[in-house]
Design a protein around this ligand. Structure first.
Ligand code: GLY
Ligand code: MN
Ligand code: MN
Length: 446
């Protein structure tokens, strides 16, 4: 795999340079012309009144250029027409692990300056900070050299980041494989009667990543816990009966994310299995629509209609799907967005961005939690994650509305125990059929 990535990396880098060239020309309208792009990797942040740092999260712009996620205090300098420079902090430090010496396929593409203290970076950076687009957090500022994050530069880079290079897709395929393998281990733990905590341990052992390395906190939910959309407690004791299992857990590879959800029914829960199967089938239909020129907001609204059809077919509601969507009833059972962009961040940037100059494509009315409104184009990677849930708070609100009479409350009451269903894949738009990174990864395990 690293041979393949090594082959793909030069094109990736060339693409980033091209994007940086244009972004710098656009610069920030209210400042001197940008001649250099400077990216700070970042520096640890500390907990309040404490000397304990939060887990380090590298600046996504930094890991876009090179597969290095653990180099706090380092910087990247790109000047159009010149070889990019990595200013790499390897402190003399016997308290912490010092980042490894740079190694691998990417090293030959950079001039590398090793520094021993964070302040030393200043001598390797351009004199005139006003001529630099400096991307980073405030806390990396050096003497006379602080991040300015020009909006024009960010808009351009963020917008184009949605379009993945072949190298990035290679990274995401690996992340998906790691995640799929760990999902299998988690399913086996569920089937053997394990607690949420022990299922999570099985997942971590299989994915071989620490919790801090994962792209987001695992959701490991048995029974009604599946109704809490971001359930991150991990009960130590198994329930008396585990009839349903919703797992939303990912993996990282060199800072690229996989975001995967599966829902399982126990052998006794045939009625819940039927709902899982219907959502799974519908989800595959939405994946097929990840096609050039389709609008993601429209796909999200289409998903509401299809899921409302499932609710009707399975007897939860007695109204037409159209009526269920228009009245907001479908949003009681499916109260989140169909998905989001994914890549260097699990919820990648610029999901609403109108074009490379900025601007916003609004969400459709009544759909406040949708995270992606852009038109789908080749090389965009996004999640497709429909769900149907039985959420007490939302059901109580519905009970007080006129549409309450169109609901089979006995059936809903029975399904509260199962929590909910979500099926989530990571999908790439191509010029032909969409590439389903997640299903391909699961298939590759067999
Ligand atoms: N795992 C977070 C999400 O699915 O968006
Ligand atoms: Mn997601
Ligand atoms: Mn997810």
């Amino acid at each position: 795999m690293s041979d393949l990535l090594a082959k793909l990396y030069p094109d990736h880098l060339a693409r980033l340079k091209q994007r940086a060239d244009v972004a710098l020309q656009r610069g920030g309208s209210d400042q001197a012309r940008c001649e250099h792009l400077v990216i700070a990797a970042g520096t640890p942040r500390y907990q309040l009144f404490d000397d304990r740092p939060y887990p380090f999260a590298v600046n996504p712009h930094f890991k876009h250029w090179l597969p290095v996620t653990k180099a706090p205090g380092s910087w990247l300098l790109y000047t159009p027409g010149k070889k990019p420079k990595l200013i790499y902090l390897q402190p003399h430090d016997y308290w912490h692990v010092v980042p490894d010496a740079p190694a691998g396929y990417w090293v030959e593409h950079f001039d590398i300056a090793i520094i021993r203290t964070p302040d030393e970076a200043r001598t390797h950076l351009p004199q005139d900070a006003a001529r630099c687009a400096i991307l980073g957090e405030d806390n990396v500022a050096l003497d006379g050299f602080a991040p300015n994050n020009p909006q024009g530069v960010l808009n351009y880079l963020h917008y184009h980041r949605a379009y993945k290079t072949d190298y990035e897709l290679g990274m995401m395929r690996v992340a998906s494989k790691l995640g799929a393998r760990a999902h299998r281990a988690a399913e086996a733990a569920f089937r053997s009667g394990a607690s949420e905590y022990d299922i999570n341990t099985a997942y971590l052992n299989a994915v071989h990543e620490t919790e801090n390395e994962l792209p987001y906190s695992n959701i490991i939910a048995l029974n009604q816990h599946g109704a809490v959309l971001h359930y991150t407690d991990l009960n130590r004791a198994p329930p008396a009966r585990a009839d349903s299992f919703l797992i939303d857990a990912g993996a990282s590879f060199h800072g690229y994310a996989a975001d995967i959800t599966r829902t399982y029914a126990s052998a006794q829960a045939a009625e819940f299995q039927a709902l899982v199967d219907a959502v799974d089938h519908a989800q595959l239909g939405f994946v097929e629509k990840v096609q050039k020129g389709k609008n993601y907001s429209e796909l999200h609204v289409h998903a509401h209609h299809v899921l409302a059809g499932i609710l009707k077919d399975q007897g939860f509601i007695r109204m037409s799907p159209e009526n269920a969507v228009e009245s907001g009833v479908s949003s009681v059972f499916y109260p989140h967005g169909l998905g989001h962009l994914i890549g260097l961040q699990v919820h990648d940037v610029a999901g609403f961005q109108k074009d490379e100059n900025g601007g916003t494509i609004p969400k459709p009315a009544g759909h406040p939690y949708l995270r992606l409104t852009r038109t789908i184009e080749p090389r965009m990677a996004m999640t497709i994650e429909p769900g149907i849930y039985f959420i007490d708070m939302l059901l109580a609100e519905l009970k007080a509305k006129p549409h309450a009479r169109d609901i089979d409350w006995d059936k809903v009451e029975r399904f509260r125990h199962y929590g909910g269903v979500r099926i989530e894949d990571d999908v790439v738009c191509t010029d032909g059929a969409p590439e389903n990174l997640t299903r391909d990864a699961f298939a590759g395990l067999n």
